[in-house]
Design a protein around this ligand. Structure first.
Ligand SMILES: Cc1cc2nc3c(=O)[nH]c(=O)nc-3n(C[C@H](O)[C@H](O)[C@H](O)COP(=O)(O)O)c2cc1C
Length: 166
């Protein structure tokens, strides 16, 4: 079972997380709000998806920010993690989806494997810490200015995740 773990302040991320869970298909993924998460769940699962919006200037969503230090209690060797960021490229073009770079660095630092990098084509922004090489470290969704693109992006990304782990 893939654990889809999200933090959401104004429900955009919660709604996206639900769509991601259902795109995986029946019985493949379960959904967890990081606000109520026990660290044990992260320890137990080998397949994870971390989803956070970006707040402040490039910060993790509040509940994720509180939980983030707990990730230091987990050995990520043998774990495969997909990252999903929500942001607003029109109003925050210099910190677009920055927060998932924090999750990326932590998972890598602790020995995990991150899958699901995506191309930056189709977005319009100036800077993002979520880019490594020339790709986003995960799926990037913008429910503020490109909501109409999200379904297709989710479908393609979930298919790639499933293809990489099956
Ligand atoms: C005060 C404020 C700060 C924000 N800062 C950023 C930011 O730095 N980078 C970004 O890409 N989006 C930023 N956003 C946009 C949110 O990440 C975006 O609206 C997201 O969909 C919110 O998801 P949530 O409601 O699930 O938390 C900000 C939004 C607000 C209201």
């Amino acid at each position: 079972m893939i654990a889809v773990i999200y933090g959401s302040s104004t429900l955009n991320t919660e709604y996206s997380a639900q769509r991601i869970q259902s795109a995986f298909g029946d019985g493949i993924a379960d959904l967890h709000n990081v606000k109520h998460l026990e660290i044990e769940l992260v320890r137990e699962r080998n397949y994870l998806v971390f989803i956070s919006s970006t707040w402040g200037t490039g910060d993790l969503q509040d509940d994720w920010e509180l939980f983030f230090p707990r990730l230091d209690e987990v050995d990520f060797h043998g774990k495969t993690v997909g990252l999903v960021g929500l942001g607003d490229q029109e109003n925050y073009p210099d910190t677009f989806c920055d927060s998932i770079s924090l999750l990326y660095d932590k998972v890598i630092e602790r020995g995990g494997t991150v899958i699901g990098a995506t191309p930056t084509e189709g977005y319009s922004f100036s800077r993002s810490k979520a880019i490594r090489g020339n790709r986003f470290v995960g799926l990037v969704l913008d429910e503020d200015s490109q909501a109409d693109r999200s379904d297709e992006r989710i479908r393609e990304w979930v298919a790639a995740y499933r293809g990489a782990v099956e």
